[in-house]
Write a protein that binds this ligand. Structure first.
Ligand code: AMP
Length: 282
């Protein structure tokens, strides 16, 4: 497995692969890898001769400096996992390599979807995400790039980003990988205490119940159910629960035929903020 720290060396190696007619698949991550990340790598390996993973904890997408400081870093274990599944190359740039002297985001307009949910609770988050994803896609120039539906809003933003910036990479969404008890896998899960970890599947259980209510209950009733359910749990604090149109991510007030909806949730579990989402089958 090739390991690159510099953009120039990585793009020279990629040019060589492309000159041999090989398709490039790319999986951007912030490391602390788990089976959810590895499922994206497997999806890439299925459809591309070469798979490249990046590991970069992007400072500009963190609105909370404590979250950035405490973000888990497990580089040696990450490299072992990637080597074991025959990943072809890993890109681990420094902050200076990606940003030079100015660690700031560009400003983007994604027609409002950047201001919903995660965008409204994490100011500047999607400008940070778009800045780093654009820089990575311009360096790697992959044929296909793989993103998890775990961060569904991010996936929609990246699709809009590539359209607006005329980036030709196909953006492919992959399903959420869960623990056996339903908790969505996340690098942040390792920061949960034993007690919090035991309680955390409550998030999935509640949104699963909420999505099955959609055939008989109104959106208002479903929202009230979720709010009340969380009030009874003293370890978990609900930040938001929203049912939104998958395409616009605008919060819905009624279900309309021929539209797809998803339930989105953010919950604080002690010092750890977790998000999840689930398709609504109405
Ligand atoms: P992160 O390292 O958290 O920035 O995630 C890197 C990529 O992995 C993003 O596209 C995430 O949406 C995706 N991802 C993270 N957790 C999961 C999961 N549980 N299932 C599927 N994809 C995931």
């Amino acid at each position: 497995m090739q390991v690159f720290k510099k953009k120039k060396l990585l793009s020279d190696w990629i040019s060589l692969q492309k000159s041999q007619g090989k398709h490039i698949g790319f999986v951007p991550t912030m490391g602390a890898l788990h089976s959810g990340h590895l499922s994206l790598v497997e999806a890439s390996k299925k459809n591309n001769a070469i798979t490249i993973v990046s590991i970069f904890v992007n400072p500009t997408q963190f609105n909370n400096q404590n979250d950035l400081k405490n973000y888990p870093k497990t580089l040696t274990a990450d490299l072992d996992l990637l080597k074991n599944i025959d990943c072809d190359a890993v890109f681990i740039p420094s902050v200076e390599e990606m940003y030079t002297a100015h660690v700031i985001s560009k400003k983007y307009d994604f027609e409002g979807i950047e201001n919903e949910m995660e965008g409204s609770f994490r100011t500047g988050h999607f400008d940070g995400v778009a800045t780093i994803v654009q820089a990575l896609l311009e360096t790697v120039k992959p044929d296909n790039a793989y993103f998890g539906e775990k961060d569904f809003q991010q996936l929609q933003i990246v699709k809009k980003l590539t359209k607006k910036q005329n980036i030709t990479t196909n953006i492919i969404g992959c399903p959420i990988f869960r623990e056996k008890d339903g908790l969505a896998m996340s690098s942040r899960n390792v920061r949960l205490t034993e007690k919090e970890r035991k309680e955390a599947p409550f998030i999935y259980q509640t949104i699963k119940k909420a999505t099955t209510m959609a055939t008989t209950k109104s959106i208002l009733e479903i929202k009230q159910f979720v709010t009340n359910t969380f009030k009874s749990n003293h370890l978990l604090s609900l930040e938001y629960f929203s049912i939104a149109d998958e395409a616009t991510l605008q919060e819905a007030t009624t279900f309309e035929k021929n539209k797809k909806y998803r339930a989105f949730i953010a919950v604080n579990v002690g010092a750890v903020r977790l998000i999840d989402n689930l398709k609504i089958l109405n």
